[in-house]
Ligand binder design. Structure first.
Ligand code: SAM
Length: 315
């Protein structure tokens, strides 16, 4: 039986479902289904807003007793372990039986469990006829701290979108050199730095650049932020994110938008563009081909949506 190395479980609401699927296509090369995804690709849950946990499969079997025997054969010996039961779609195992199964596994591991501050967490789950046991790695949500950044402003993007943009741009490759072309106060850069991505930022507004630098240093991150019109940046990047100006504070005409896209096109072959209005024609006229797309509406506000285009240079 061919089984993947990892099972990922996801958590998102309806408004973010398309965004989660878009992110998933760039981290895992496929979409999650029923909020689950099997993959051989190892990704850190905390680097996504939507990946809730990753199960690193140690043993699996269609037959529960075989699974228990296989776990015993692993001779796991660890102090302070904890075991959780993950209930996946289609698993009808009742609560009492789930507790019994956790006990079976507890007896198959040598060491004293610790349910309050475990040194390691294991998990058991059942999906589509197969029992799985493995190491459980959870999203630690430590990135929530960025919600308390010292400087914010009204045009800032949500932290969930920011994380997804980094993953879409980097395609889960930390080495890729990224640019946040209109970085604002650095919401996207904070998430890139948290995940260990290689990113630089640029913004035309001096005060906003100062705020972005303050935000990064508040969390002890270091990354270059250029106070510049994007047209004057000469470095090359493997991908650039452009969160286009959109409201009264940072308004932009079609010409401004074309100027930003065409200038960024000079320094990269791959763009991830965010806008609140439909700029498909502008993108098509700028020498780029749209290869992927999604729309994210603001929670509770169906009339306000951010659109995200993934674009590759023509030819
Ligand atoms: C929507 S805001 C970006 C918000 C940012 N993602 C955040 O969350 O803080 C767009 C930014 O583009 C910047 N901008 C506008 N024209 C620019 C240009 N030609 N070159 C670089 N930055 C530009 C504005 O100063 C503004 O801060």
């Amino acid at each position: 039986m061919q089984i993947s190395k990892y099972i990922y479980s996801f958590s998102y609401d309806n408004a973010e479902s398309e965004l989660c699927k878009l992110e998933s296509r760039y981290i895992f090369n496929k979409e999650e289904k029923n909020k689950l995804l099997f993959s051989d690709i190892k990704a850190e849950p905390s680097n996504s807003a939507f990946v809730k946990r990753r199960l690193d499969i140690i043993s699996f079997s269609e037959d529960y007793s075989t699974l228990i025997n296989d776990i015993k054969k692993e001779s796991i010996c660890v102090e302070g372990f904890k075991i959780e039961y993950l209930v996946f779609d289609g698993d009808t195992t009742g609560y009492a039986e789930r507790l019994n199964k956790l006990r079976d596994i507890g007896y198959s591991i040598e060491g004293i469990p610790d349910y309050y501050s475990p040194t390691i967490t294991y998990a058991l789950c059942y999906y589509e006829g197969i029992w799985y046991f493995g190491n459980l790695i959870k999203n630690n949500y430590a990135w929530y701290k960025h919600k308390q950044k010292p400087c914010s402003y009204s045009s800032s993007i949500s932290i969930n979108i920011a994380k997804a943009l980094v993953n879409i741009a980097a395609k889960a490759n930390k080495e890729k050199k990224l640019l946040d072309a209109c970085c604002g106060v650095g919401t996207i850069m904070l998430e890139a730095c948290f995940a260990g991505n290689n990113i630089e930022g640029c913004d035309i507004n001096w005060k906003i650049c100062k705020d972005a630098r303050e935000n990064l240093s508040h969390f002890n991150y270091t990354a270059n932020i250029y106070h510049s019109d994007i047209k004057d940046i000469n470095n090359r990047y493997e991908a650039a994110i452009i969160d286009l100006p959109y409201n009264l504070f940072s308004s932009a005409t079609d010409n401004d938008i074309l100027h930003i896209i065409e200038s960024t096109a000079e320094i990269t072959d791959r763009l991830v563009i965010v806008s609140t209005s439909d700029i498909t024609n502008l993108i098509n006229n700028s020498g780029f081909r749209i290869s992927d797309y999604c729309s994210v509406s603001k929670k509770g506000k169906t009339s306000f949506a951010r659109k995200i285009w993934v674009c590759e240079k023509n030819g």
